[in-house]
Design a protein around this ligand. Structure first.
Ligand SMILES: C[S@@+](CC[C@H](N)C(=O)[O-])C[C@H]1O[C@@H](n2cnc3c(N)ncnc32)[C@H](O)[C@@H]1O
Length: 257
């Protein structure tokens, strides 16, 4: 997602000049390596802040992701993003729908900033961007589907939720390896989309983490990249450029390489 790297103070309108944007930051990481960039930025964060970032990144389950097809209510998107970030889901895919949903910061309360949100213009873009080997599990209200409790978690899964009115499209259903339902016992014919997503994420993350024998499963290389990005996000954006442009000084890590 485009934008500046680092937190822009609320009162700075327009943002200060000289900020590094995400593309420029990514280019620096690609050239110098994520570890070196993180080492440069680390002194600008407290030990406690770095420890928090490390704990959160190590709890991310990259092998469990969520997708919402054609959502119409921005509050639903925002609520799914917030729950996904809080619970440690690897990424949230938003397929079509109203992109403005991503801007509902009131509901995401800053978690928006830390969530990995991937917006796809349509179904084909979504499929192309899905990690290799990740299977689709479609959430449906149909009685013929398997119950959430028995959805297998021994493989990377993307949990797919449908539009508020029409549910999953025929194309989305056909692309799913399995379809599941959250059993209901009331008169309502379905749960709210974000509630269904919340129940599903919580249930399957618990089981997936138990299977992994740990908190999360971000691969080392991805973890290093995210660490560099999160360090940059966590500090004053003006410091990012300064920290990365200090000439002549080498970090311990650079000196030993
Ligand atoms: C408000 S529901 C849409 C209801 C729609 N009339 C339908 O037939 O699917 C929005 C989405 O939430 C998810 N959902 C709602 N209740 C569910 C349940 N009991 N089990 C599984 N998914 C559910 C589904 O992904 C659904 O597409």
């Amino acid at each position: 997602m485009p934008g500046t790297i680092g937190q822009v103070p609320e009162d700075s309108r327009p943002p200060p000049r000289g900020l590094m944007d995400t593309a420029e930051f990514a280019a620096v990481v690609a050239t110098r390596g994520a570890e070196v960039v993180a080492a440069r930025l680390a002194p600008f964060l407290t030990v406690a802040r770095r420890a928090r970032i490390e704990a959160v990144l190590r709890a991310r389950v990259a092998s469990l992701q969520v997708a919402i097809e054609d959502p119409q209510d921005p509050h639903n998107v925002a609520a799914v993003v917030r729950s996904a970030e809080a619970l440690g889901v690897g990424a949230v895919h938003v397929i079509g729908g109203r992109a403005s949903g991503l801007l509902s910061r009131k509901v995401t309360r800053g978690t928006f900033y830390w969530a990995d949100i991937r917006h796809h213009a349509g179904w084909d873009d979504f499929r192309a961007g899905l990690p290799a080997g990740m299977q689709l599990a479609g959430a449906c209200v149909d009685p013929g589907t398997v119950e959430l409790a028995v959805v297998p978690v021994d493989r990377p899964l993307c949990l797919l939720f449908g539009n508020e009115q029409s549910g999953l499209s025929a194309r989305a259903r056909a692309a799913c390896t399995l379809h599941f339902r959250i059993p209901m016992a009331g008169m309502a014919e379905s749960l709210n989309l974000s509630v269904a997503a919340g129940i599903t994420m919580y249930t399957l993350l618990e089981r997936r983490r138990a299977l992994l024998g740990g908190a999360g499963d971000l691969p080392d290389q991805e973890l290093a990249g995210q660490r560099a990005r999160w360090y940059a996000k966590a500090i004053d954006p003006r410091l990012v450029r300064r920290a990365l442009e200090i000439a002549g000084e080498r970090t311990e890590e650079e000196s030993s390489s």
